[in-house]
Design a protein around this ligand. Sequence first.
Ligand code: ATR
Length: 273
Amino acid sequence: MTIRACTIGYPLGHSLSRVIHTHWFAQYGIDGAYESHPIEPGSFEHEAARLAASYNGFSVTLPYKEKIIPFCMTLDSVAASIGAVNMVAVGRDGAMRGHNTDAYGFAENLRRNAPDLALRDSPALVLGAGGASRAVLHALKTGGVPDLVIANRSRDRADALAAHFGCRAVDWHDAVAAMRETRLLVNTTSLGMQGQPPLDLSLDALPPSATVCDIVYKPLMTPLLCAARDRGLATVTGIGMLLHQAVPAFEAWTGIRPAVDAALETLVLGQAS
Ligand code: ATR
């Protein structure tokens, strides 16, 4: 039986998820096909109801991570808490089950690439309050971070997330002051991404033991990570979150838990740059 999977979203550029899953299909000898399935916003309702008939599962990206929820018969607890679905598995019964693997991807990236970081002892500062921030906050909260602080340009969005996740919001211009107590700084804003302005915050207040993580992976070393490295701080790039969020997806669709290895990372980095 051919495993059929895709990414839904709009617009869809070059799909790194396709690169990842196609690599695993070949690695594990699975007869699989992964495609990009752009859905124009005007036809989303019509198209979403037909996906279960065509696919064993699919990845969900912007702007449909929330819009797909009413089409899912069940949501896993993480998707329910975050309020977003990034992966759907279609059961034998044809029912769509919504999952969120972004929080897992973020946590696993940290666990692998900052092995000395003990979340339970690490006050954290998260920059940004978009969809990606929700997954990061969920991961940090469930990881036991003792003081979780969120700073966002629009204060009302930070307040809403702070109330939802039981953390603390500060004004954007107070982010630098908040760094004094921070052991983990995470950028979830789009700043630093190719084509965007850099995230221009001084890291001088961060203690030398701090780790800086960016979820932007294009470029791999963002200006923020370069500044952190120049200060001798530990850094974690964003590519691991992308790779690891795909692991539970592949497992849900095929029954095989795939490995994130150096060959895959090199392949995806080559395609991302
Ligand atoms: P995503 O769902 O990918 O996280 P998003 O919802 O568009 O994307 O969120 C982008 C984040 O980057 C937001 O936190 C946004 O801040 P606002 O909530 O104030 O819009 C942040 N961001 C984007 N451009 C920014 C800028 N120039 N300065 C500071 N923050 C910025």
